[in-house]
Each structure stands twice: as C-alpha cells, then as structure tokens.
Design a protein. Structure first.
Length: 135
C-alpha cells in the first residue's frame, strides 16, 4: 500500500510539474478574458450550454476517454479557475473572429485540453474541445 501511494503521489507530482512547464499553472488572463469566463459560467448556470458538433472529433468519445459524462464535463468547466488558463498556439480554429478561451486541467490523471467560446447565434456557452491533451 505504501509503495502504491508513493507511486501515485510521484505520478501526480510529475503531471503537476508538466502542467507548470506547459504554462498552465499561474495563467495570465487579462480583464477581457476573465469577463468572458465569467459570462460563460453565467450561461452554464442558466443551462445555456452545448458541445460544438465537429467533423474531426466526437466529443462523447473524448469525454469517455477522460472518464466523464457530459454533465461532469460541464461541472469541470464551471469550476475552471484562471490558473488553468493556457495560451492557445492555434487561437482561432475557425475562420471567424470568435473569442475563445483555452484551459488545461488534470482530470482523472490525464491532462484535459478545454476550449470554450460563446455562440453568437444562440448566446450559449459553447465547448469546442474537451479531450485529452495531445502535447
């Protein structure tokens, strides 16, 4: 039991170090980004939320890979903190000028990559990505 606990602690420490190296911890969100995150959380609280349908990914499979249900994923999103903010190397996935926020967070011993926007048409919180980080 002691060796298992020591191994789990070591793996957790390695992942935390990896997150810090990647710039996840102590993210520097500006005022506009903090307001956007606050607005996204308000929409989630009002149940105005959806996962973006994409041709290149199946979000249900991505969530399953992280051991999450849709509702658990939204809970993780709702409780995101600025220190999980990650400067996205590809800030605009689409050709729109949509403002999005990206985060990386340790979930079930995996680093999750999360990209959030507000859908201008439906005025809902829109999750573009919630999957295991590939980097």
């Amino acid at each position: 039991f002691f060796l298992l606990t020591k191994k789990v602690t070591y793996v957790t420490m390695l992942l935390a170090t990896h997150l810090q190296y990647k710039g996840v911890q102590g993210g520097l969100m500006n005022g506009d980004q903090i307001r956007l995150l606050s607005e996204i959380k308000k929409l989630i609280k009002l149940n105005k939320k959806h996962f973006k349908s994409r041709n290149d990914r199946n979000y249900l499979e991505d969530l399953l890979n992280l051991g999450l249900t849709e509702e658990e994923a939204w809970q993780h999103i709702y409780y995101l903190k600025p220190q999980f903010y990650f400067v996205d190397p590809k800030p605009i996935f689409s050709k729109s000028l949509k403002k999005c926020l990206t985060f990386k967070k340790l979930i079930n011993n995996k680093i999750a990559y999360i990209k959030l926007c507000i859908d201008d048409d439906t005025v809902e919180a829109e999750c573009w990505s919630f999957h295991e980080d590939r980097k």
